[in-house]
Design a protein around this ligand. Sequence first.
Ligand SMILES: [Zn+2]
Length: 304
Amino acid sequence: MVVEEVRRQEEIARHARAVALAKQGRWVNWESVENRKLSWSEIWGMESNRLCFIIRATYDVLPSPINLQLWFGKDPSCPLCTVPATLKHILVGCRTSLTQGRYTWTHNQVLRCLAEKVECKRKSINPQPFTNQEERQFSSTFVREGDKPRTSPSNPDLGPLKAARYWQIQVHLDQRLIFPTEIVTTTLRPDLVLWSNSQKLAYVIELTVPWEEAIEEAFERKKLRYANLAAEAEDRGWKIKVRQVEVGCRGFVVSTTAKLLREIGIRGQAQRQAIRDLANTAERASHWLWLKRANITWAPKAVS
Ligand SMILES: [Zn+2]
C-alpha cells in the first residue's frame, strides 16, 4: 500500500513537471518566420514556373479551385475529395492526399534535408578531442529547461553539442525509428533523436511542415506529446531538449528551426545555407503537390 502511494505521488510529480515543461512553449506566427531573401542570381537561375509559384503561393493568388470560382464562377471542388479547395487545402488539408501519403512525402523531403545538416555537424564534432574548456562548459551549456546557462566573456559559448562526444543519431525516415532504450522505453517516434550516452544528453526533434498561418496550431497540437517522455528521462539522469521545429509548406523557415540550427552549432554562413536549403526543399515539394493537384493517382518525385 505504501509503495503504491509512493508510486502515485511520483506519477503526480512527474505529470506536474511534464506540464511545467510543456508550458515553457512559445507562440509563433507569421512574424516568426525567417526573412526569405532571393538573390538576383537565384531569381535569374530559377525556372519561371517555379518563381511564379513562389510569388503566387505566398499571396494565395494561384488558380486554386476556390479562386477560380471567385474569379470565373467555376466549380470549386477539390478533384480528389470534392471539398471546396483552397491552396491550403491542396498543400496541407486534403484527406485523400493525406491518405495517399502526399503530405508524409513533403514532410520527409524536408526532414531529410534537416537530418543531413544535423548529421554533418555530428560527424564534425565526434572526432574532435575533448578540451578542458569544453569540459568546463559542459554543465553551463546543457542546462535543464527553464534554467539560464552560466556563461562569462572569458568562457565563450561552444554550443551544447561540443559538450559531449559519441553523439548518435536516429531519423524516422527510411527505417522506423526505435527510441533509444538507454534513455527511456517508449513507443513514441519523434522525427529525429540525437543523443550522447557519455554525458546523457539528448535532443528530441519533431518537424512540422504546416501552412504558414497555422504554425501556432501545429505547435499547440504537438507540444504535450513528448513532455512525459522528457520528464521520465530526466528522472533517469538524462538532460533532454525537446525541440519542435517548423518549416512552412510554402518555403518560409520558422525561427524555431533557425534557433535549433544555431543551438547545435550550425551558425553564420552554414546556417544561412541550411535555411535556404530547407526553404527550397519545402517549396519544391509543395510545387510538386500543386502540379499534381488534379491527378487522382499519386507518384512522388525526388526533390533536391
Ligand atoms: Zn481534397
